[in-house]
Write a protein that binds this ligand. Structure first.
Ligand SMILES: [Fe+2]
Length: 417
């Protein structure tokens, strides 16, 4: 597919995701970690304006020079910016103005793309801009979910979540792998982020990994067994955060009867509305700490990212993403847990997010994209029901701080073999 066609498709999808939201919805920032929809719309545009257009469209005029301050996310090399926690204060520019900004940059991008650009570095930056925008498409959904859940009216983003089909009610099957050297990381053709390489060998002990993610029903058993009250199941940092935040269930779970984990009266807030917890569906919105405590309670452990990737290396990238491949599964919510490495929920691994051997961040401001975040975060694998279809691959490394719960983060069990 032509780069220009993909550019159009990705940019249009972002606008489409914001369509069900009012201008007021699109300004809300419910916590420092989550950004307003309007900010996402502008920031993804700023990325092309900043990294792709200047060297290649010399006659390009900025839509508004002040936007560089408003919509720079975290690039120190590009100067100061609006504090992350204050993005929700940007009632100006208006949403209409932000769409005009998008149109202005799209027009310049279209002119550049129509010239039949052949410079590989420029094409690479445009590709990066598209994959960057897809990452923000996922954030638009998870951030607005957090904002809507904070509204006492519990607004619905989109009606008619599709009816879920049959799901897992039996224990997962474990696939076993022999010990040995495994090739890890991306190499060769096709897009990958810098943090997915260099490809290198890693020694793996024999291990087994579950064929599907953990379900809500399995997690309810942990809750009923007082999992949130037993310090011996938790990492020290996790136990502190659990106490401090008063966790007693995954994010977005509410107990109507006040049963607090003993009963089965839990409901769950979704972008399609609030409904009873479905025990068969893949568990989402738990922190690394909860995932780790659950695995310890179950007598097993989380996989390392290398184990996960080795198991996924020959698997097709098929699963329940934000797309049309599984029209019977809920839109923007995990479906019944299926035997697949990919989709439904990102899976916490026990691997700290760090540099692969030989990794060097690219030169210049764009080198700040991934490399500077390699401390105090854990790696997640697999993609979720909020991830655009076609966005992830076996080598894809997502990362979040261990206490983060607002992404569709779940887990898959593993054990020594
Ligand atoms: Fe960004």
């Amino acid at each position: 597919v032509l780069l220009r066609d993909r550019y159009r498709a990705v940019r249009a999808r972002t606008v489409g995701l914001a369509k069900p939201l009012s201008p007021e919805d699109q300004l809300v920032q419910s916590m420092p970690d989550a950004s307003p929809t309007k900010w996402h719309l502008a920031h993804t545009t700023w990325f092309f304006e900043t990294f792709v257009l200047p060297p290649h469209a010399p006659d390009y005029r900025a839509y508004d020079a002040r936007f560089a301050f408003l919509f720079n996310s975290y690039y120190e090399a590009l100067g100061p910016r609006v504090a992350r926690a204050e993005r929700g204060l940007l009632s100006r520019p208006s949403l209409v103005d932000v769409h005009a900004y998008r149109a202005h940059v799209d027009e310049a991008m279209e002119r550049w793309l129509a010239d039949g650009e052949t410079d590989e570095a420029a094409i690479g930056l445009c590709e990066l801009g598209l994959h960057h925008e897809q990452q923000h498409q996922e954030l638009i959904l998870t951030d607005i979910k957090h904002a809507l859940a904070a509204n006492p009216l519990r607004p619905v983003y989109a009606e008619a979540p599709r009816a879920p089909g049959p799901g897992a009610t039996t224990p997962p099957a474990f696939q076993t792998f022999d010990e040995g050297l495994a090739w890890i990381g991306h190499e060769g053709r096709g897009f990958a982020f810098d943090n997915e390489g260099p490809r290198h060998r890693s020694f793996l002990r024999a291990f087994a990994i579950a064929d599907r993610p953990v379900t809500c029903g399995e997690y309810l058993a942990f809750m009923r067994d007082r999992g949130y009250e037993r310090a011996e199941l938790w990492l020290s940092d996790g136990w502190s955060e659990c106490r401090r935040e008063g966790w007693r269930a995954p994010l977005y779970w509410q107990s109507e009867g006040g049963g607090g984990g003993a009963g089965g009266d839990w409901s769950i807030f979704t972008l399609g509305g609030t409904r009873p917890v479905d025990e068969r569906e893949a568990l989402a919105h738990v922190s690394y700490y909860e995932a780790d405590a659950f695995a310890r309670w179950a007598g097993v452990r989380l996989p390392t990212e290398e184990e996960w990737e080795h198991a996924a290396a020959r698997a097709p990238v098929e699963g329940h993403f934000a797309g049309e491949t599984f029209p019977d599964l809920p839109l923007f919510h995990p479906g019944p847990a299926m035997p697949s490495l990919f989709g439904d929920v990102w899976q916490w691994t026990q691997s700290a997010y760090g540099a692969y051997p030989g990794y060097k961040a690219p030169a210049g401001a764009v080198g700040e994209y991934n490399g500077k975040f390699m401390s105090n975060q854990m790696v997640l694998r697999g993609g979720s029901c909020f991830t655009p279809e076609g966005h992830v691959r076996a080598t894809y490394r997502n990362f979040f701080p261990p206490g983060a719960r607002w992404q569709a983060s779940g887990l898959r069990l593993a054990r020594d073999a």
